[in-house]
Design a protein around this ligand. Structure first.
Ligand code: ATP
Ligand code: MG
Length: 477
């Protein structure tokens, strides 16, 4: 029974939604020389038997567009910068071809050794996200000789190291802890073939860029010509795209499913104009209308996360919260209480904005709007995943949020959402005035290599995260 339960939980998944098949209608843009042909089915991916079985057990019947294109590109040995909307299966798009290659090469069954030499390293910006990727890797690698391991800050280093030394083929980590373990000589890089940056634009922005440079400059790290570098995200500001080229082979493939930086079209977006003092009442109204549906409420600072969570508890709404000042134990408890539905409301800072895949999140509320539109796209993408329908309600306070108006209008109309008249007016009058949003031109409509020249009517620091964002979703340990 125990084994059965383990198996059950390892392969537990949620159902694809009614819009899953509509993914196929999204326009796909592949650029770069000689891109391999897309596959239409998982059978065409040529996965070995155990991998194929695990894919089926995970409930995957047919590949999503990023998988149809991404899998053959990676299998062909090409570097890749891939952009696809939130919740559309980017994780499996990189895990499956990597695991497949390791299986074909018959990587030595992992065993204890004082130095481990992983074939793949995957990095992501937050602890909870890298842990989720690790669990996915373990699921797909189930019953094979490939051993994934995860390392991140906030858990005991000694324990982490022991786990690594037991054998490690796919090392998943947040940058700080990863560099620490490499620096201690526990991980050698000579066998490394794959370097994956999930949430790549975040991994290369101001907060993490130094760590990424340190990682690729680590002793023994194969040069970019001698490894495969893979980047995935739903957003890619143009300046980050150009910088990302430092990490990629010249002939990398750029894959865009839909509009780069576009919001998931399965999320119904509503913007409500508020003032600072009416937000809490508005939140109660929203939460009353959602009943017991699972809702993530995003706020801008750690302090207001605590504050709003306490307020909601006082209002008898079962709420938990997560932010970067919490002990790791508390962070994981909060997430699991939310995942299991014990607390249907999770108040979160940007630490939970990216990548997290939580079943049945029907709602996202932006109690505070973020200062960058990409952050908005990631946050609302916690709902409406895998073809399911979701809803996002955002409180727009003209006093603080006017700089976001233009890009918000763009994202709303890009996802065929209704744009409120008042928002259009604010956006229009904000243009060209002091309220002009430096991040206004968010859509790298395509591969930056295509353009050749770039309009530079905007300050170069366009992709810098706001201090509040930077302060909370980084992982320095
Ligand atoms: N081909 C498929 N068939 C059915 N379900 C799938 C398929 N591919 C992925 N999924 C499921 O869809 C969900 C979303 O996938 P994933 O987390 O990889 O999205 P993502 O594109 O990385 O999103 P984000 O931008 O938010 O990180 C997961 O629960 C995953 O198991
Ligand atoms: Mg993801």
């Amino acid at each position: 029974i125990f084994i059965f339960m383990c198996l059950y939980s390892i392969f537990s998944h949620y159902a694809t939604g009614i819009n899953f098949d509509k993914y196929d209608d999204i326009l796909v843009d592949v650029s770069g020389s000689n891109p391999p042909k897309a596959i239409m089915t998982f059978d065409e991916a040529g996965l070995c038997e155990s991998l194929r079985r695990n894919v089926t057990k995970s409930g995957y019947v047919k590949p999503t567009p990023v998988q149809k294109h991404g899998i053959p590109i990676i299998s062909a040995g090409r570097d890749l910068m891939a952009c696809a909307q939130t919740g559309s299966g980017k994780t499996a798009a990189f895990l499956l071809p990597i695991l497949q290659r390791l299986m074909v090469d018959g990587v030595a069954a992992s065993k204890f050794s004082e130095v481990q030499e992983p074939e793949a390293i995957i990095v992501a910006p937050t602890r909870e996200l890298i842990n989720q990727i690790y669990l996915e890797a373990r699921k797909f690698a189930y019953g094979t000789c490939v051993r994934p391991v995860v390392v991140y800050g906030g858990i005991n280093t000694g324990y982490t190291i022991r786990e690594v030394l037991k054998g490690c083929n796919v090392l998943c980590g947040t940058p700080g802890r990863l560099l620490d373990i490499i620096g201690r000589g526990k991980v050698g890089l000579s066998k490394l073939r794959y370097l994956v940056l999930d949430e790549a634009d975040r991994m290369l922005d101001m907060g993490f860029e130094p760590d990424m440079r340190k990682l690729v400059g680590s002793p023994g790290m194969p040069s970019k010509e001698d490894r495969q570098t893979l980047m995935f995200s739903a957003t890619y500001p143009e300046d980050i795209q150009r910088m990302a080229a430092d990490f990629l082979k010249v002939d990398y493939i750029f894959l865009a499913v839909g509009v780069v930086g576009g919001a998931c079209s399965d999320v119904e977006q509503t913007i409500i104009q508020v003032d600072q003092y009416s937000k809490r009442d508005q939140l109660l109204d929203v939460l009353k209308s959602t009943g017991n549906e699972r809702t993530m409420v995003f706020v801008e600072t750690k302090r207001s996360a605590d504050f709003i969570a306490t307020f909601l508890c006082q209002e008898k709404i079962s709420t938990t919260s997560i932010h970067g000042d919490r002990e790791q134990r508390e962070r994981e408890k909060a997430l699991s209480d939310f995942r299991l539905g014990q607390c249907p409301v999770l108040v979160a800072t940007s630490v939970a904005a990216r990548g997290l895949d939580i079943e049945q999140v029907q709602h996202v509320v932006n109690f505070d709007l973020p200062s960058s539109i990409d952050e908005y796209v990631h946050r609302i993408g916690r709902t409406g995943r895998c073809g399911n329908i979701g809803r996002a309600v955002s409180f727009f306070n003209p006093e603080s949020d006017t700089p976001l108006a233009r890009s918000l209008v763009k994202v709303l109309s890009g996802a065929q959402q209704e744009v409120p008249k008042w928002l259009e007016e604010i956006a229009f009058s904000a243009h060209g005035t002091t309220g002009f949003n430096p991040r206004g031109k968010v859509f790298a409509s395509t591969d930056t290599r295509k353009g050749g020249s770039f309009k530079t009517d905007e300050p170069p620091q366009a992709s810098a995260p706001s201090p509040a964002v930077a302060a909370d979703d980084e992982e320095w340990e």
